[in-house]
Design a protein around this ligand. Sequence first.
Ligand SMILES: [Zn+2]
Length: 252
Amino acid sequence: MSLAAVAALLVGLLWRAGKHPAPPSEWVGLQESDAPLAMPASGEVDERFAFLSAWQRAQIPRAGRFDPPMGTDHGGLTYNAQAFWDMNDGRGGRHLGDDLNGIGGMDTDLGDPVRATADGLVVYAADPAPGWGNIVILAHRAADGRLLQSMYAHLDRIDVVPGALIGRGMRLGAVGTAHGSYPAHLHFEMRASDELQIGGGYALQPLGRLDPSATVESLRNAADDDRSPSLLACLLAPKAGPVSGAAPKAAE
Ligand SMILES: [Zn+2]
């Protein structure tokens, strides 16, 4: 190959590299060779490329029971500081989740455990933007076959990794302030969705968001005093069990 041809090739390659910059975030996932099917390890999700692969969808566990994600097993010791669909004029839209706060108010719940509302697959665990702070999104297969997602935002800490299975009641992070943006609380959403998107906390349309408290209540599928842990949680953490309650008891 002549020198001119090599130079032309180099110029061509450089031009092409300039036209196709590297993706803005590192891509990790269960099928790393298929970047469009994988999940970003950090940063904003590019919704043009990020969706669950068939392989990931197949791994979404059946969630036969849902529990509140904060407070006691029955949601006690918390209150809903800003309910789903409340109009927030300052933000120019309706609230797409519930803001769960410890009954002590302000930062008294900072660092309290945030737990998986149901057996699920971690499809996102990262810090997409300053207003959000750390976010975890779990995918669930409801008993009626619907694919649902639960979203936990403003976390002080994330304790799970994308691609991991998590059992109901297992700790996925801690209540936080989104890096000091708000008094500590958990922004909790339930979504009817099988795609991967972060979106905003307020909108004038529901955008697939469901009333979180009502959804958890309707899918709870357990008596009020039933504190039995999820079988998946027992399998994943056989020694510690779920953080929400006592370790599984022997038959009584
Ligand atoms: Zn909120």
